[in-house]
Design a protein around this ligand. Structure first.
Ligand SMILES: [Mg+2]
Length: 285
């Protein structure tokens, strides 16, 4: 298949599937044109998905596509936003079966359609290993997006769902919950690299320390080590004032108070009174 054929094929499938509200011009031009509504900020996030680093060669193509987009959607959820458009660049060896490419786009476009995200463009190229870069753009009410750097000392720390999600389950980005949290939380992020590392990052951004002193909500049969340091939970980690009433679940997703933000060495986290090292997933560790 030539590059033009491949792009045509992807464009045809993208058109038939995704909602295109706000997409003025999609695949086929030098740039995509998108138009946010008045009173919206645009959120941008990008993620790599690389064979051998993020998935094994034996992984099912559709699940790779689903996971690739799911990570970006989870980032938009963490900001309290609504995902709208995505750009997908895929580089692969010449030997990659057409069936794999089809499977990848099937997984990706199914997830895009479920969340009303339009595939607005991308690129294709040859490379030694399958390498995908996905940009997801979303919108949030102007000035209202949830951030990591706005937690205050004394805020309660919460997590959504259960930690230690099995890796073979597709991500379920907490988009409804993220939007619900706008105006109710002081800071938020998604759990992609493990609670210990992600809470450490939230603390660093907010210039605070944190203590976890309540039991963590975990998947049945999951070890505490996995719940603290395993990645790919795609749950939300957020802080709220003690005076803000929050339900114990939202839309069937449990919301659990696990600890408190405190003044102290920025980034320092304790778990049940002991120092908790940020041991989550770090590509450069
Ligand atoms: Mg994130």
């Amino acid at each position: 298949m030539t590059e033009i054929e491949l792009i045509r094929r992807i464009a045809r499938r993208a058109k038939g599937r995704a909602a295109s509200e706000g997409l003025i011009r999609g695949i086929g031009d030098d740039c995509a044109i998108v138009r946010p509504r008045a009173g919206e900020d645009v959120l941008l996030t990008t993620d790599f998905v690389i064979e051998g680093t993020h998935f094994l060669k034996s992984a099912e193509a559709a699940s790779v596509g689903q996971r690739a987009l799911g990570r970006g959607l989870s980032d938009i959820a963490a900001m309290g936003g609504t995902p709208r458009w995505c750009l997908v660049s895929l580089a692969m060896p010449k030997s990659t079966p057409a069936k794999w490419v089809d499977g990848f786009y099937t997984g990706l476009l199914d997830m895009a359609r479920a969340h009303r995200v339009a595939l607005a463009g991308g690129d294709v190229a040859r490379s030694a290993k399958i390498t995908c870069d996905i940009v997801v753009a979303g919108t949030a009410p102007k000035g209202k997006a949830l951030r990591r750097d706005t937690a205050r000392a004394g805020d309660r720390i919460y997590v959504s769902g259960e930690l230690g999600r099995p890796w073979d389950l597709p991500p379920e980005p907490r988009l409804k919950l993220g939007r619900y949290l706008v105006g109710r939380t002081t800071a938020a992020m998604d759990l992609s690299d493990g609670l210990s590392l992600d809470l450490h990052r939230l603390c660093l951004e907010s210039g605070l320390a944190a203590s976890i002193f309540f039991p963590l909500p975990v998947w049945p049969g999951v070890t505490l080590d996995r719940a603290l340091h395993g990645g790919e939970d795609y749950e939300l980690l957020f802080t709220a004032k003690a005076s803000t009433p929050l339900p114990t679940q939202y839309g069937g997703v449990p919301l659990t108070w696990i600890g408190t933000m405190a003044r102290g060495r920025p980034g320092a986290v304790t778990f049940m009174g002991r120092n908790l090292a940020p041991r989550g997933w770090d590509h450069f560790a």
